[in-house]
Design a protein around this ligand. Structure first.
Ligand SMILES: [Zn+2]
Ligand SMILES: [Zn+2]
Length: 183
């Protein structure tokens, strides 16, 4: 059974481009992705967050190793990083709210409530036991809509398209294969 079975929608612009941010130079660009790719990236980020919090959740459909091997190039600085490293600060904060809520649900349902039921008003011998553990609170996810900014560039090497900052006039590196285009 997969606990992470719901879908999290990331905002796309009207041409269906997804915003990305270079983990090295922090410049932003946009690429075209499909729903399956986005969901598997999100699931990996959820699992990484939960693992960091000490909750290991295995989802058989998500292969962590294979996905982590795929790398992307920054179109601006040309540096390489695995494909799960390109979240914007806002996207990662948004995904972490869902991760927090999954953790809250697991802890509340599997730890706090059973403990409360176990000890509610029950007397053991001469001592009355009561469990005072507080349930974790849920947070409301929010992310800004994606504006239609940036300029489209064609990348013939991989027959794909990318959106870059309007004033970028230096070398462009293909995010899929690293091929450089000098203007
Ligand atoms: Zn970069
Ligand atoms: Zn290419």
């Amino acid at each position: 059974m997969s606990i992470i079975s719901f879908q999290i929608g990331l905002p796309l612009d009207t041409e269906q481009f997804l915003r990305r941010e270079c983990p090295l130079c922090f410049r932003q660009f946009k690429i075209e992705t499909d729903e399956t790719d986005r969901q598997s990236l999100i699931e990996r980020e959820l699992q990484a967050y939960l693992l960091h919090e000490g909750l290991e959740i295995r989802d058989e459909e998500t292969d962590m190793t294979e996905a982590n091997e795929k790398e992307l190039w920054c179109p601006y600085c040309g540096q390489i990083a695995s494909q799960d490293k390109w979240w914007t600060q806002e996207q990662i904060a948004y995904i972490h709210v869902f991760a927090h809520n999954i953790m809250a649900q697991i802890i509340n349902e599997q730890l706090i409530r059973p403990m409360k039921r176990k000890f509610s008003g029950r007397s053991r011998g001469l001592i009355s036991l009561k469990f005072e553990g507080k349930e974790m609170e849920y947070e409301e996810p929010w992310i800004s809509p994606e504006p239609d900014d940036m300029t489209i560039h064609l990348l013939p090497c991989c027959e794909t398209r990318i959106k870059l900052e309007d004033d970028w006039s230096q070398t462009i590196h293909c995010f899929q294969c690293g091929f450089s285009y000098t203007s």
